[in-house]
Write a protein of this length. Structure first.
Length: 97
């Protein structure tokens, strides 16, 4: 569970990022979850864009993907959201305590 200071730190890092994954009309599929899992392992912090063709709500999709990938929901703004999970091997993001 992220603390407020940690969440704020991750929001600051995510602010400069561009979305590297998209959810389209097919919604949340097994292959998308697998790809997102791999991205979280390599990058730790991932911004996802939900296309207008998808009928998903941003926070609902973010919470579902956080559950499926065992990651932390950081924030949702408009049709974008950010997830975080510390890498098992060689973490690169050091969270404040």
């Amino acid at each position: 569970m992220l603390k407020g200071k940690q969440r704020s730190y991750l929001k600051g890092l995510a602010n400069k990022m561009k979305p590297i994954a998209q959810i389209g009309k097919n919604g949340i599929t097994e292959s998308f979850v697998s790809q997102l899992d791999d991205m979280l392992e390599s990058k730790e912090l991932v911004k996802v864009n939900i296309l207008e063709t998808s009928l998903l709500e941003t926070k609902e999709a973010a919470n579902e993907l956080a559950r499926l990938t065992n990651s932390e929901f950081v924030q949702a703004i408009g049709n974008k959201f950010v997830l975080y999970r510390e890498a098992k091997e060689e973490p690169t993001i050091e969270l404040p305590r």
